[in-house]
Structure formats: structure tokens, C-alpha cells
Design a protein around this ligand. Sequence first.
Ligand code: N2P
Length: 381
Amino acid sequence: MKKLFGLMVLIGLLAVACGGGPTGGPGAAATEAPAAEAGEGEVQLAPQLSVYNWADYIDEQVLADYTERYGVEIIYDTFASNEDLLAKLQAGASGYDVIFPSDYMVAQMIELGLLAEVDAASLPNFVNIGEEFKDPPYDPGNTHCVPYQWGMTGIAYRNGNPAFADGPPNSWAYLFDPAVMEQYAAEGINVLNDQRELLGAALFYLGYSPNTTERAELEAARDLILAAKPHWQTFNSEDYYSTLMESDEIVLSHAWSGDAAQAYWNTFDEATGTGNWLFTVPVEGAVRFADNVCIPANSQRQETARHFMNYLMEPEVAAAITNFTFYPSANEAAKEFIDPEILNNPGIYPPPEVAAKLEWLRGVDDAIFIYDEMWTAIKGQ
Ligand code: N2P
């Protein structure tokens, strides 16, 4: 298989060398280059592709391999939250070809006309995606995106800190109740700089839905957050696991599961057989998310973007990404290449009793304006 593939790449390279291909003349060189066959017929690949993703959410080797195989240079940039990504696109940012919004944001972007139609089922590697990730309510028929990775949002805490000696901090009270936080707040607490996630956590704690559209409930969540905020050191959802957790700047963080797992493995000590950071899912409930690969409607390189999307769904590629990011893959065929330690880790693949506590964020229609208003109050004060 590998050999055959190598041969196809070679043929592709020869075609480039000979100036072959339908648009291979010198005048066409700036926009398109003849491409290697990738299983979906002859595609004209652009020389560059601009990819906009969450921080540390891909193995860079996977990008380098794509460039090596297909000659497409990848311009890579990262964002901190779905809302940041949306704001960028709404501000008219053109130039992004591949983006990675979460479930509820996919629905919002489709409604706003921000995503290109992709017809995922027409991509040869779509067969590798697990059945439970196909045809999701936020993108019926996978007409716009392909599922990428998923995870959960909970609390990461410093292993060995006396404040957590009696058991894991498995309640949102550890993030919101000043009386509880008193024991460790001086050692540093971080929350995700993400409006749906932080308001969602507060709503769970108050016993409300993380998708509420009720102003009174959202105001209660805002007030809870404002009362807790003086005890928090940072709002960081981009590099908190490396700059704050692994470097022991804090002892507790609102965290995404794979980020916490990265901090665990990056601080793993052979002698003690454990890492410095552990992860727990609060009893009141927590967010489960699925991130997706999509193409902005204004991308000028949609064929190349689709080609890259298809590449990301190769089982070995999807597995390499999970082995690097510690987030479960939506790619079922990738499982046989994923490190068993990851597959068997309950902090990464939740057991049924934890999974039962998880809820999806959904679009909240016009209530999004109330969320925005609460967030402005939270960040402004
Ligand atoms: C990775 C961020 C995970 C994505 N650093 C959360 N949807």
C-alpha cells in the first residue's frame, strides 16, 4: 500500500517536473499546481493552504507529512475559543481554508452562511468515521463538516496538593464557591477563556441547563462568576496546560480533557509512576464537545481544503493526531493505531457513568445576545 502510494506521489512529481497537467502552464503556476492522485480523482492542489485550529490540537508532523507528500505549504494559526473563531470570520477575515469549530458553533456558522458545502460522504476516507459521529444534529447529513476529535470539560488539579488529599475536586464548587476555594486560591486557579464553557460550568453548578435561554438564569450564572472571579488568577484557554499547569503556576484549572492529559504525561515521573496533573468531571454535569473540520464559505482553495480534510481522515493520520493531542478521535478505523494507554484512560475515553453526566452545548438562538452581554460584564469588571 505504502509502495503504491509512493509511486503515485512520484508520478505526481514527474508531472510537475514536466509541466504537465491541464493547468500546468507557467501562467497558472501562482494559483494551482498539478497534484498527486489521492484517491478521489485528479485534484488541482493550491500551493498553500491556511489552517486555523485550536492550540496544540494536531501533531505538527502530520502537517509536515502533508507538505512533503503533496507539495502544499501549510500556513498554520490557532484560536482560543469558538467565539474568537466566529469573530474572525465575521470580521471578514478571508484567507482561512480549513477551520475546526465545535458542534454548536458549526450549527451557528451554517445558519450564518459562513461555511462551504462539503458533502463529506463524497470524501473517500469518510467511511473511516465512527457511525455515532456521522449525521450529527448540528450538521445533518454531514453536508458541511467532518468530525475530528471530541472530549469533555472538567477540572484539572495538582496531584499531591493537600487541598485535594481527601479526594478529587469533583464539583464545580471548587471553581465557584469562595469558601471552598479559600484553601488553595492563593496557589493559583485558572478558568477557560471561553464564554459558553465558563457560563456553562456556572449553569451546571446552579442546576440549570448549560443551554438555557432564560435571562434570570444567565444573570445568576454571571453573578456567581463575578463573586468567584477575585479568587482566579487567569482566564486562559490557549496555553494554560503548558504555561500554568506544567510549570506549577497554579494548582487547579477549568480544563479540556486532552489538555489535562497532556499536562499529566508531560510531567510523568517514572519513579513515582504518576504525573503532576489529574482530571475529574464534576458531579453536577459537564460539557461534552465534538470538534469538526470545515471550510469557510469564502475560502479560495476549497478543492485543496477538501483534499486535506480527506487526508486527516486516513486512519494512521487520525491516530497520530490523537496520540499527540490525547483527545479521542471520531475516526473508528484509527483505533487500531491509537496507543492502548490512551484508549484505556478514563480521563480521555469516559466510562459510562461519567459519559452519562455529559451534555452537549447547543445553539441558543437569539439568547446568544444575553450570553454576550453576560460575558462582557464578566470580562469587563
Ligand atoms: C485543545 C483545545 C481543545 C478543543 N487545546 C476544545 N473544543
